[in-house]
Design a binder for this molecule. Structure first.
Ligand code: PLP
Length: 344
């Protein structure tokens, strides 16, 4: 069997532990999970199977193609981008329903949905997707079978933003204006805003995968994914010589350097150049020089790391985000396709 020179080590315990913690914080509200973008890069089907086993019954994806990957596993699937003309042929998969976002989507669902349940997104100020509250008041949704009425917070990761309370109030005002069985507002950061934001169903994504959207959640979340990669060569770079493209790093003294099977084509972005960090056991191994497409260099002066050994990249997403300048979301969803994926 072919063994890839790099892998993602994925923790079922961390994934389900994070989800359970978010479910507990959601209080009486049910807790779903966003598994769009291939489960934030970790593998939607593998993630969904584990979350469903832990008790999750509501999954959120962006498109009908993503819905097909997680349909039939034991949870309801909501397609956040709604239903386009090109999606109509896909309607009818049990337990998959669109989140209607526009009057045209509402009309399309009335024509093609055959009375099936749908969800509806209402725009309470983000101005991204969703129907207008005034259209809801004017009867846009009358007669639809709505499972979940939802809205999305623009600034949930800024707990002090006045926009949170404004959106929450605008959403709460719709409570008796539709036939929706449930209401849902909070993403990961929204859960941390408190019980008023939980309504009937929460929709965390990032935090399920170990991302930390607000410091208040830091202590209860654990990293789910660790990148591990194999060393291709160990060399000593003489004092004064440089490493990598554009010679950005110069050896201050003779330095032991490991060249490792990982690069920006794997989603280990160029922002980690001279800033990222790997570990051999507890020993930190700084990334030196530019990240290449398929390779990085590590200063291994403090570790006995040689050809054929494996190192682990720092799995702490807030730290990796600060180092690279990428958001935690980008670090997860950018993970490449060359990794072996090993669930433990
Ligand atoms: C992506 C998404 C979520 C999950 O957001 P996180 O910030 O990852 O928790 C919830 N709701 C909607 C509508 C989304 O698009």
């Amino acid at each position: 069997m072919y063994d890839a020179p790099n892998r993602l080590r994925l923790s079922t315990d961390a994934l389900t532990g994070n989800w359970r913690a978010l479910a507990a914080m959601s209080g009486r509200a049910a807790c779903g999970a966003a598994v769009k973008a291939d489960g934030y890069g970790l593998g939607a089907r593998e993630v969904a199977t584990r979350l469903i086993a832990a008790g999750c019954r509501d999954l959120f994806v962006a498109t009908w193609a993503e819905a097909a990957v997680v349909a039939g596993l034991g949870a309801r699937v909501s397609v956040l981008h709604g239903v386009r003309d090109d999606d109509v042929s896909l309607i009818g998969v049990p337990d998959v329903r669109p989140v209607l976002n526009t009057p045209a989507q509402v009309a399309r669902w009335r024509a093609a949905g055959e009375g099936r349940a749908c969800d509806v997104m209402v725009d309470t100020g983000m101005n991204r997707l969703g129907v207008a509250p005034r259209d809801v008041a004017a009867g846009l949704l009358d007669g639809l079978t709505i499972d979940t009425l939802m809205s999305h917070l623009a600034c949930a990761d800024e707990p002090d933003s006045a926009m949170n309370a404004r959106q929450c109030a605008a959403f709460a005002a719709l409570a008796d204006r539709t036939a929706a069985a449930r209401m849902s507002l909070a993403n990961s950061a929204g859960i941390a805003l408190g019980a008023d934001y939980a309504f009937d169903l929460t929709r965390p994504g990032l935090a399920v995968y170990g991302g930390v959207p607000v410091p208040a959640l830091a202590t209860m979340l654990r990293p789910v994914v660790t990148i591990e990669a194999e060393v291709l060569q160990r060399r000593v770079v003489p004092a004064g010589e440089t490493v990598g493209y554009n010679a950005t790093w110069r050896a201050p003294r003779d330095t032991a350097v490991a060249i490792v099977n990982l690069g920006y084509a794997d989603g280990y972005w160029r922002g980690f150049s001279d800033r990222g960090c790997a570990f051999a056991g507890d020993t930190a191994l700084p990334v030196i020089g530019r990240v290449s497409m398929d390779l990085i260099a590590l200063d291994v002066s403090k570790a006995e790391v040689g050809e054929g050994d494996w190192v682990a990249l720092d799995p702490d997403l807030p730290r990796a985000s600060a180092a690279s300048g990428m958001s935690q979301y980008e670090l997860l969803t950018g993970l490449g396709t060359r990794f072996a994926r090993v669930w433990g």
